[in-house]
Design a protein around this ligand. Structure first.
Ligand code: HEC
Ligand code: HEC
Ligand code: HEC
Ligand code: HEC
Ligand code: HEC
Length: 217
């Protein structure tokens, strides 16, 4: 068989590595390191089967998060709403819309919509929404201002360091439980907030775990 590449070509990779030297190695290491899962997850924004917009529904229409994520305060997982929740409105609203074709299909065939997961912790880490929400940590602290997102993306790393940063100093993230889904809540005044915090933390005995077995059960 005729050789397509001359023999010296075999040395090209070596020459490139040699020539580029240290800079080249650093580049490869950087791609390896920052390309690894933990660093690509922030900003993860998969294409969803239906162009559902949080900005429209939770933002402009002002729907509360719990209208759809109804179990979030009581269970480990915040549930993704079933087709029926959407059809409460969309039997009447935009019943002919192309963007909702898949929703109507799912409704008629009684098959769930396959939404793509955005956030996903590894199985060896334990996370439960309910104690966080009962303690008064708002959705915004962990998910960002979802009511302004056309499509949800992951805004925090969900790394162990991120969990621990808040567990060591949760105060700046605590708010009245009635405001957990309010994306525009701000403390009244620094002094009132400190007073409220002390009473709140005492009454609920808020004590986030920092020991390994708290999150690795
Ligand atoms: C009308 C129903 C509805 C409302 C209201 C709603 N959501 Fe959602 N939410 C969904 C649906 C459907 C999905 C799955 C598709 C997607 O990711 O966009 C979702 C996905 C999410 C996700 C990503 C879940 C994952 O896969 O990791 C987060 C976080 C989220 N919602 C937070 C919120 C917050 C915070 C609010 C209130 C500001 C809110 N949602 C209001 C329907 C709703
Ligand atoms: C303390 C941080 C934190 C708070 C507060 C929080 N979330 Fe989450 N959320 C997470 C993490 C971490 C995951 C990924 C869980 C997993 O993979 O098991 C997640 C996942 C989700 C999901 C995907 C389904 C699931 O449960 O795995 C939805 C939807 C969601 N959150 C909605 C909300 C809403 C709505 C609020 C406010 C009412 C909220 N979250 C408050 C950290 C938080
Ligand atoms: C409380 C009522 C209500 C619920 C519940 C609701 N929507 Fe909507 N939705 C609306 C309204 C109002 C509009 C805007 C209609 C318009 O532009 O005239 C809309 C618009 C849309 C559009 C854009 C349609 C187009 O042609 O522009 C999509 C897609 C959509 N919704 C998907 C969903 C999905 C998926 C769910 C369930 C997770 C859902 N909606 C739940 C009220 C609702
Ligand atoms: C923004 C602040 C914040 C972040 C981020 C956060 N937590 Fe927490 N977490 C808390 C607070 C506050 C409590 C205390 C609740 C109490 O004591 O009532 C808590 C309690 C817990 C508990 C004990 C409750 C139980 O179920 O026994 C676990 C486990 C936990 N967090 C896991 C995690 C994990 C895993 C992450 C990261 C993926 C995380 N948390 C991120 C604030 C946070
Ligand atoms: C507040 C919750 C929390 C506590 C406390 C905690 N971890 Fe983790 N840990 C996590 C989460 C969440 C992950 C997954 C991180 C990811 O996906 O990048 C993790 C990942 C890990 C990993 C996998 C490697 C890595 O860094 O991703 C090891 C090993 C680990 N933890 C050991 C420990 C040990 C040892 C302790 C006690 C000193 C501990 N953890 C305490 C939440 C916690």
């Amino acid at each position: 068989m005729a050789q397509i590449f001359p023999k010296w070509f075999n040395k090209v990779p070596l020459l490139i590595i040699g020539g580029a030297g240290f800079a080249g190695v650093c580049l490869i290491a950087a791609i390896w390191y920052f390309g690894s899962q933990e660093y690509t997850e922030v900003g993860f924004q998969p294409i969803q089967p239906i162009p559902y917009s949080h900005k429209l529904h939770a933002g402009e229409l002002g729907m509360d998060c719990r209208y759809c994520h109804s179990q979030v305060e009581y269970s480990r997982h915040a549930q993704i709403p079933p087709t029926k929740t959407c059809m409460n409105c969309h039997v009447m609203i935009k019943p002919e819309s192309d963007k909702l074709a898949l929703l109507r299909d799912s409704w008629e065939k009684e098959e769930p919509i396959h939404w793509v997961r955005v956030h996903n912790l590894p199985d060896y880490a334990f996370f439960d929404h309910s104690p966080h929400l009962r303690a008064g940590v708002g959705c915004i602290s962990c998910h960002g201002d979802v009511a302004q997102m056309e499509e949800v993306s992951q805004v925090k790393s969900l790394s162990m360091g991120w969990c621990l940063d808040c567990h060591r100093d949760p105060d700046p993230h605590l708010r009245p439980v009635s405001e957990i889904t309010n994306m525009n809540w701000r403390p009244e005044s620094p002094l009132a907030q400190i007073k409220w915090l002390n009473a709140h933390k005492d009454s609920l005995k808020i004590n986030p775990p920092e020991n390994c077995s708290g999150c690795h059960r």
